[in-house]
Design a binder for this molecule. Structure first.
Ligand code: ZN
Ligand code: ZN
Length: 424
């Protein structure tokens, strides 16, 4: 006897189910509203790109490119990668469509799945989701501050509490070489103590040692030179202006000179929103400036800045904060008998046309089990429709929130419910 196969989602990839999906919708709607208010418009780049796009922008020696890319060959033998983040695609689109010819700044937001082939663990998924923004064409510190403030406005609107805004500047191509050699000097006497990855990073990209997760390396890098001590005059001035703009708006923020971000394309301002409730992976959102990336993609020298919010982490925090569930039906119609079921079917249609979320029971189950179902759905109202009610032209209603009940003329039910729900 053969049994039917039972399928499961791929390892590290999860379904987003109701009622959780309504929390996701809430975040997406709030993000769209806040971003639009700040002049950002939606861009929908593709999910797959050529692999070279990411190795070039994120950096050959980063963890993402070295270990985590979801890369495969297509039928023509081209190397394709499922996007591990959003910025590279947006910059590619910006350059490809000559969007730099439009008035600056050009501001975009996006949302959708990202992919990283890493060991699945708590809070980490191979398909995860981000909402992000990118702004091109302005390098004024006010824009950096405005984008950080926008992120804060969004998180506040969502009711997220207990998060820190951490900021840093990682300099530019002028000050980076000095810092790089200071790091190499520092680690040269400690090479033996570093993990094999970091020993390689020491040659190729010593900054990466600063975000190694290996315990030993965290220990070894205590007392390492800090990037903020190596900023050139321009970068120092830029960073100071970002900080004073944040202070001007009374935005609490913490300087974190250890934050170098895991991607090579960042320059100057970097920032993260962290929460202690997330454990080791504590950033819920992160971003920064990337003033060289458009040029590296073959465009003109146009500065850029952006951030991305991790949806899985944000919704985890929101769920812990308020335990959101719902949405709930406005009314469940409980018909008893065939004739009443037909009436319930018609009534549900009329109610929906009036903007009332109505559920009707069609399975002929008992009144008792229909009432239990309404209760489990947390419906606001229940309507009881039996033969008696049909012949008398009256419907019994019950408000499941406050327990009140009564009868109403069957022809006036839409009016009655719309009015009752308006006052909710
Ligand atoms: Zn600099
Ligand atoms: Zn290491």
């Amino acid at each position: 006897m053969s049994s039917s196969p039972r399928f499961s989602a791929l390892k590290g990839i999860q379904d987003i189910l109701p009622p959780d999906s309504s929390l996701w919708q809430k975040v997406e709607a709030a993000a769209k509203e806040v971003f639009t208010l700040h002049g950002f418009q939606e861009i929908r780049p593709p999910i797959i790109e050529s692999t070279a796009l990411f190795t070039r922008s994120i950096g050959e020696t980063t963890d993402i490119v070295e270990k985590e890319m979801y890369t495969f060959l297509d039928k023509a033998g081209r190397s394709i990668t499922l996007r591990p983040e959003g910025t590279a695609s947006v910059v590619r689109a910006y350059v490809e469509h000559h969007l730099y010819n439009l008035p600056s700044p050009q501001k975009f937001f996006y949302s959708g799945p990202m992919f990283r082939y890493e060991r699945p663990q708590k809070g980490r998924f191979r398909q995860f989701h981000q909402i992000g923004v990118e702004a091109f064409g302005v390098d004024a510190p006010f824009l950096d501050a405005e984008i950080i403030v926008m992120l804060r406005v969004l998180l506040e609107r969502l009711g997220l509490k207990g998060v820190n805004f951490e900021v840093n500047s990682i300099g530019c191509e002028k000050c980076r070489p000095g810092y790089r050699s200071a790091l190499q000097d520092f680690f040269s006497a400690r090479l033996e103590d570093l993990c094999p990855d970091c020993r390689r990073r020491y040659e190729q990209n010593p900054l990466r040692i600063l975000d190694c997760k290996v315990e030993r390396c965290i220990e070894v890098r205590r007392g390492a030179p800090r990037v903020t001590d190596f900023l050139c005059g321009d970068c120092r001035a830029h960073f100071d202006e970002v900080l004073s703009a944040l202070t001007l708006l009374n935005i609490p923020h913490v300087l974190n000179p250890d934050m170098v971000r895991g991607l090579d394309y960042y320059t100057r301002t970097t920032f993260e929103v962290t929460s202690e409730h997330l454990g080791a992976q504590k950033a819920v959102a992160a971003g920064g400036r990337y003033d060289r990336l458009v040029e590296e993609f073959g465009g003109p020298p146009v500065p850029g800045i952006g951030f991305a919010i991790g949806m899985e982490r944000l919704t985890t925090l929101l769920r812990d904060n308020e335990g959101v569930i719902g949405p709930f039906p406005d009314v469940c119609i409980a018909p008893i008998g065939e004739k009443a079921t037909k009436e319930a079917f018609l009534m549900a249609g009329r109610l929906r046309a009036r903007g009332v979320w109505a559920e009707a029971g069609y399975d002929g189950s008992s009144l008792r089990s229909q009432l239990r179902r309404a209760d489990r759905l947390s419906s606001r109202y229940v309507l009881i429709l039996g033969d008696d009610e049909l012949s008398s032209g009256r419907v019994k209603w019950k408000n499941l929130r406050d327990g009140s009940q009564g009868e109403v003329d069957i022809r006036g039910i839409e009016e009655f419910l719309s009015a009752a729900l308006r006052g909710r």
